[in-house]
Unconditional design. Structure first.
Lengths: 405, 263
């Protein structure tokens, strides 16, 4: 690998949307002209100062950016090693990082003259963020959500409805995120003339992985500037949870060419990697093609996709964004995993030590930090993305802890 | 060298408009159902490879995929169904239709080799855009198997040459922007799009999506080289189970008569 090391880790994908062997455009022909059009429009938007100005303005005044960079003194003391800092993206409007991407994509949709928005959602955070921007811009919004997730995440279903979205439960398959994405693609293919599909993670056909990453990179750009200002140096380690990987790539990407900054992506190991009940596509999957891109997938020997499991509905997906697959193969980013049990312990640890209730997704990142921080010197700096707040998860956590509410 | 299997397409389409019939492998008694369709007059068989995530399919074919996988249909079973079909029907073109992941899971060469040994003439990979041809196309062509591409109402003039480049067997014109088995396109649109496509290629053009009745089939056969029927047949398999063959044969006979009347 060393001979082939790229000059930069930040110039992917190539012009056909490939991150090394991953990514690409694996969609039905009906969608191809549309995603080629989207790519063209996105390139134009990137060069348009007015687009950037509107995006930045909305992030500042509507989302509430920049999000704070917070030093966690009691957690640092408890773990007894490196300093732990949190990028507080859970303080964004709607309570997670998802809104950054939705703002960018709805501006693209409007630019393209699309009048109808569709989205898929698992835990409901991306659905809520999409419903939010649709309300803000007065566009009709249809959110596909697995029937099982509709049941598990009823508060978010109600939020979406309050915001004017139509939530369509999907009963195909096991009724989770993967099935919701299939149904959104079916809607899109039948409504290409007026519909924009706001994909929630850094996956799907090119240019989605690239544009979602770019919109989420505000996390890493802010974090880089904030840490330099506050600590006078770059962090030693970045940590983020990974489902599809949008919050992680948003944090990592601006640092990829800083060779002293190590990075750790944390997949959901569910009940453990020795069984089938996990959602760790990199650790337990193989390269394949699903939902428009080539990436690591949980699948059987015949290429049938297997269902992920995680206590976190936001990580419960059998694939991962293609740039992460490439970053794993190049060795630039290290990937590890945390089980449901470890995430639950980390969830409670952050509540207790810092007075912050994290979502179950970043609880996986915190679980990894509890292992790595004690092995690092006290002047080392870890920055983790606190990508969502935990209000939505209190029922799940109560159930897991055997608490009657 | 023109491999023998490619000539099955040429022979079939040279007789005039052809009826292309789709069912999902492993859903019902597939061998009996295939035989019934051939008996009824099907000219080309499309055998669906079941996949957990059939994103371009409507409820009828989605459910067929689920039923098939529920009975633990493996890739090896699909290939065995193809092999046995080829032994019983040496002259009927056989196409495998499905999604990329099961086709490339063991490597494209493995799949192309297995498909060739099973006597398969063509492969339709729904989610393999021409841009990603190298994932499967070269391996298929090396074995003389036709990569059959799809064109749609959204495939414009600029894009059409790329879609047609390196495609073989026939071109599958998806007549509606949508999923399988739902609405039908207006005949006038089909006619203008087929003639537009035929200005760019000598390949036969078969039209599918939303074709359910002999009347539709006959009208399309007058303006195209082939008519593809899928969901209507898959629904018969779902409804009649082990009695499906007689019902399939009856519908296919009507469809085939309608298509062949345009000859």
């Amino acid at each position: 690998m060393t001979e082939n090391k790229p000059n930069s880790f930040r110039n992917q994908p190539d012009d056909r949307g490939h991150f090394g062997q991953f990514g690409g455009r694996y969609v039905a022909e009906t969608l191809m002209p549309l995603i080629l059009g989207l790519e063209k429009e996105y390139k134009a938007a990137k060069e348009d100062p007015a687009f950037k100005a509107e995006f930045d303005d909305l992030l500042e005044h509507y989302v509430g950016r920049p999000s704070p960079m917070y030093f966690a003194p009691r957690l640092t003391e408890e773990l007894g090693g490196a300093q732990i800092w949190f990028k507080r993206d859970e303080l964004n409007h709607t309570g997670a990082h998802k809104i950054n991407n939705c703002i960018g994509q709805i501006l693209l949709a409007i630019r393209m003259g699309k009048t109808r928005i569709i989205a898929e959602t698992g835990a409901g955070q991306h659905g809520v963020a999409t419903a939010t921007v649709c309300a803000r811009f007065g566009l009709p919004c249809i959110v596909y959500m697995g029937a099982e997730d509709v049941r598990r995440q009823s508060p978010n279903v109600f939020r979406m409805k309050l915001l004017g979205a139509e939530v369509r439960p999907v009963t195909a398959g096991r009724g989770t995120l993967k099935d919701a994405m299939n149904e959104a693609l079916r809607d899109w293919v039948a409504n290409v003339h007026d519909t924009f599909y706001i994909i929630g993670t850094a996956a799907g056909p090119h240019p989605y992985p690239e544009l979602v990453r770019d919109f989420q990179s505000v996390i890493g750009k802010e974090a880089r500037a904030q840490l330099l200002e506050r600590t006078g140096k770059l962090p030693d380690l970045l940590v983020a949870a990974i489902g599809g990987g949008s919050n992680a790539i948003g944090l990592f990407h601006p640092f990829l060419d800083d060779p002293t900054v190590k990075m750790l992506g944390v997949e959901a190991a569910g009940h453990g990697l020795d069984g089938d009940e996990h959602a760790a596509s990199l650790a337990g999957g193989f390269p394949g093609v699903l939902h428009g891109n080539k990436t690591y997938l949980l699948q059987d020997e015949d290429g049938q996709i297997t269902e992920g499991h995680s206590i976190s509905a936001g990580l419960d997906y059998p694939g991962i964004g293609p740039e992460h697959a490439w970053l794993k193969e190049t060795g630039r980013v290290e990937y590890t995993h945390a089980t449901d049990t470890e995430a639950l312990e980390a969830f409670q640890l952050l509540c207790r030590t810092e007075g912050i209730i994290p979502a179950l997704e970043p609880s996986h990142a915190i679980a990894a930090i509890t292992k790595v921080a004690p092995t690092m010197p006290k002047d080392a700096i870890i920055c983790a993305n606190l990508c969502g707040r935990g209000d939505k998860d209190i029922f799940t956590v109560a159930e897991a802890l055997g608490v009657e509410m | 060298m023109a491999p023998a299997i490619m000539t099955r397409f040429t022979d079939t389409f040279s007789r005039g408009p052809a009826l292309v019939c789709f069912i999902t492998a492993g859903d019902g008694d597939t061998a009996a159902n295939l035989d019934a369709m051939v008996e009824g007059g099907a000219d080309v068989i499309e055998l669906g490879m079941p996949f957990t995530d059939p994103m371009a399919d409507g409820p009828a074919i989605q459910n067929a995929n689920i039923r098939s996988l529920g009975k633990e249909t493996k890739t090896a079973d699909v290939l065995q169904i193809a092999t046995d079909f080829r032994a019983r029907h040496p002259d009927v073109p056989l196409v495998l239709m499905g999604y990329a992941n099961p086709m490339i899971r063991r490597g494209p060469e493995w799949f192309a080799d297995a498909a060739e040994k099973a006597g398969v003439d063509g492969v339709i990979c729904v989610d393999l855009a021409p841009e990603e041809d190298e994932d499967l196309g070269p391996a298929l062509r090396a074995k003389g198997i036709a990569p059959i591409r799809l064109a749609t109402p959204t495939t414009d003039e600029a894009r059409l040459p790329m879609v047609l480049d390196k495609s073989a067997g026939f071109l599958y014109y998806v007549s509606v922007a949508g999923i399988t088995g739902k609405q039908s396109a207006a005949l006038a649109d089909i006619k203008s799009n087929v003639s537009r496509i035929k200005q760019h290629t000598d390949l036969p053009v078969a039209v599918g999506f939303g074709v359910r009745t002999p009347e539709q089939a006959e009208a399309i056969a007058k303006v195209a080289d082939g008519v593809v029927v899928g969901s209507a047949l898959v629904e018969i398999v779902a409804e009649h189970g082990e009695n499906a063959p007689q019902h399939l044969c009856a519908l296919v006979e009507k469809l085939a008569n309608a298509v062949h009347s345009a000859r």
